[in-house]
Design a protein around this ligand. Structure first.
Ligand SMILES: NC(=O)c1ccc[n+]([C@@H]2O[C@H](COP(=O)([O-])OP(=O)(O)OC[C@H]3O[C@@H](n4cnc5c(N)ncnc54)[C@H](OP(=O)(O)O)[C@@H]3O)[C@@H](O)[C@H]2O)c1
Length: 323
């Protein structure tokens, strides 16, 4: 089968579209014929570039331990392991795998996959596992609900476009922070207010929020906490930072101080794989409540170009790969 392989850390130039063995499956696994996958921050920054470097303790010190990129998959069950009862060949499924998703076939634990409902395309489903789940769980951690005022910093990206829509679906009043070129997009998916970070500093504004979901960093924690109402919650999910430690110092500081803040609470969002959340998200797409923003779709063979596009021009929503 074809897959996107690499054997050294670097930019998109180190990626190759090559022939590899189709994965074998264990008794609790299924083999998925992947029809679509989508690119996440972790794919192009952590796994491909090897940043932050501390993450190489897990991903491989000198070179990537797993030589195929990709976490989000959506496709059809092609084979099942001997102990799998919940899925059958031909079922349409979506999920997050531990690498090896940018390929024609991927092996996955049956228990890690959700079903794609009728009316949802493979391309739409492929956007949901990492980005959709992160948005849903971040809003839940912040306690967003009907009537909440929610600020989304990084509203135009993969996670942000889901966060804006999910917060609106909960009945929140949403303010999105994005750049000038993305203001219309963020407004079109439901944001009530826009702050253009190239012109205005949101931390200097008068508005106060019940929930802040931070997907971009860029502002001090103190500045962000000042934007909260006394009962408000700041949820940090930003992976940006220095080359060696990345966002770890910032997120560690937030986690360490969290118990001491009784007001204007701070939390770190760590996305957990959840089939109920996946199927909830897919159900919202089927119902028309959630519309994944897909800026562009590339064939799997052009993954390197897709990543170059993402790195030179921030994506608007998600970039999808199809096989
Ligand atoms: N906690 C977890 O488990 C988890 C899971 C998934 C993702 N994440 C993190 O979530 C973050 C976002 O991921 P993503 O996939 O949505 O990335 P993405 O698609 O690249 O989006 C990033 C967004 O940040 C915006 N941005 C850049 N600089 C900004 C600034 N100074 N102020 C406000 N917005 C700014 C970009 O907007 P413009 O294009 O308008 O500049 C873009 O919309 C990453 O740091 C990632 O590590 C965490």
């Amino acid at each position: 089968m074809k897959a996107i392989v690499y054997n050294e850390y670097g930019n998109a130039d180190v990626l190759r579209y090559a022939d590899v063995d189709t994965p074998s499956i264990g008794p609790e696994d299924v083999l998925v014929r992947v029809h679509a996958s989508s690119i996440n921050f972790a794919d192009h920054t952590v796994m491909l570039r090897g940043f932050p470097m501390v993450a190489r303790l897990a991903t491989g010190i000198r070179r990537p331990r797993i030589g195929i990129l990709g976490r989000d998959i959506a496709g059809t069950v092609a084979a099942i392991g001997a102990q799998v009862t919940e899925l059958a060949v031909g079922d349409r499924v979506l999920g997050e795998v531990n690498q090896r998703g940018f390929a024609e076939y991927a092996a996955a634990r049956a228990a890690h996959l959700g079903r794609i409902p009728d009316g949802v395309t493979f391309e739409q489903a492929a956007t949901l596992p990492v980005a959709g789940t992160t948005a849903l769980q971040a809003l839940r951690l912040g306690g967003a609900g009907a009537g909440s005022t929610v600020l989304v910093n990084g509203a135009s990206g993969g996670v942000g476009t889901f966060t804006v829509q999910l917060a609106k679906a909960l009945g929140a009043h949403v303010t999105g922070v994005c750049s000038t070129r993305n203001a219309d997009l963020v407004r079109s998916i439901g944001a009530d207010e826009i702050v253009d970070y190239t012109r205005d500093d949101v931390t200097k504004g008068p508005a106060r929020f019940d929930v802040i979901v931070d997907l971009a960093g860029g502002y001090s924690l103190g500045g962000m906490r000042r934007l909260l109402k006394p009962d408000g919650v700041f949820v940090a999910s930003s992976g940006t930072g220095g080359r060696v430690l990345g966002s770890i110092p910032r997120l560690a500081a937030i986690a360490a101080t969290a118990p001491f803040h009784r007001q204007r609470k701070v939390r770190v969002a760590v996305t957990k794989r959840s089939v109920p959340d996946l199927e909830h998200l897919a159900g919202l797409v089927a119902a028309g409540t959630l519309a994944p923003v897909i800026e562009r779709t590339y064939p799997l063979s052009e993954t390197a170009d897709a990543i170059r596009h993402l790195e030179t021009t921030h994506a608007q929503g998600k970039i999808v790969l199809t096989t």
